[in-house]
Design a protein around this ligand. Sequence first.
Ligand code: HEM
Length: 519
Amino acid sequence: MAAWLSRSLKQKNASWLQPCPTAIAQVWFSGMGRASSASGALSVFQDKPRTVEDLPRVTFLEMIYRMVFQGFYNRIHELQIYEKQLYGPIYRDGLKSVSVNTPKLLEEIMRNDEKFPCRGDMSLWKDYRDMRGFGYGPFTEEGEKWYNLRMMLNKRMLHPKDSVQYGGVINDVVTDFTKRMYYLRQCSPTGDLVTDVANELYQFSLEGIASILFETRLGCLEKEIPAGTQDFINAIAQMFSNSMAVIVTPKWSRNLLPYWGRYIAGWEGIFNFAIELIDKKMEDIQQRVDNSQDVEGEYLTYLLSNTQMSTKDVYGSIAELLLAGVDTTSNTLTWTLHLLSRNPHIQDRLYEEVSTSVPADHIPSAAEITQMPYLKAVIKEALRMYPVVLMNARIFTEKNVVIGGYQFPKKTAFMLCHYAISHDEDTFPEPFTFKPERWLRDGRERPNPFGSIPFGFGVRGCVGRRIAELEMYLVLFRLIRLFEIKPDPAMGELKAISRTVLIPNQQVNLHFVDRGCEA
Ligand code: HEM
């Protein structure tokens, strides 16, 4: 069985959204060879060029032991650091993939990006789309088709000047979120406690991204959350939680075991949710056209009316944008609030900036918010400490490359261990300490930019980056202006676990003490 699993997974490569399951699988079933000396990776006195065979290697049994007996299966981020100590900056995991964990090596890989960068095999995600005849989205598409798709999706989203236009829409969502926070506090016994903050931020992020993509409000921040949105959230969880089982079980067992059915039902829920909203928007556009009215609008209207995309392709892309835009932003915000609650001096400094940058009764615009260096540094540092996408991948499909002095043939898969990289002690002294000032442009030496690239890099980098940043800046500004955020003493130590993205290991409760600034 183990041999079969190892073989069947050999061709699969990691990417963050085929993500943890495959990434974990790669680590789980990584290579059968013996570990060679870690010092081999560091030797410079070689007359023959070093190759992949000279790299330190993790054996299959070692990995099983670590995952199962040492419990790293949901602590992949800690495993990255552990293996860095054991094997050094570059090593082989046996699935013909090569893990790197320093900013310098990451930079070498990213600077080699090809015209159509590839993160790995997405066949698991493609299966559902093929079954239903939907187009591939930005995660699943490859090669030139991916490039053309990205050219369309980038418009109205990726450039800072594009995201600025969504400031008003996001601010409306933020206003509703703050109202909800007041309501939730009132319901608590202490009058200021909000329980399960991560879930609240999840609803915020879904409302935010949906208001941009669909130009419509879902009502996730109302007192009663609409049933459809909860179904969508559950569907995402179902798809992710069954992915691993689907990867490690053979295709022939799909009708015998429950995992495949649940996995597909998860996708069904995600797509149904997106399709209903897209179809509604199409009817709306059609009506406007029939009435000879102008067809103007935001993102989805642009995709439907200004591009050559077929409806089925729009379904595929919008579903993937929606999926990518919720867990990432919401978990980053949860980590940020947690860090601020534990570091009152940093929160005070942030409040200082927030309360002096714009008049007290003024809601900052998208342009104003980007002029607040400390606020941006707080988010950047939170993403360094908790990079929600803790690992990524690149495969050079067209060329041989030299990385870290080793020669690699084309099609070598590189695993980018982002968590270990952004905790690299040489780049970030005291890497486990929250220090937003690292990122200030106040004359101090700034860290190597490749030390923390939470949104990836280059043409295949995150398409939603600007939107995500804007959402996070605007909501953090308002929360800090209104409330002093304090930890709940009843909570134990909060740790991260890796479940597709880096999430807290327990429910996060926080006190939101009213500063008395705004009604
Ligand atoms: C804190 C928030 C976010 C983080 C940390 C994040 C991180 C990432 C990372 C690391 C990648 C891979 C990039 C690479 O391979 O170089 C990525 C890709 C992607 N992200 Fe995000 N993301 C965030 C929010 C969003 C949002 C809000 C959206 C949707 C609007 C989004 C949509 C996507 C898409 C579609 C891709 C695939 C791009 C492609 O393959 O062409 N992300 N993201």
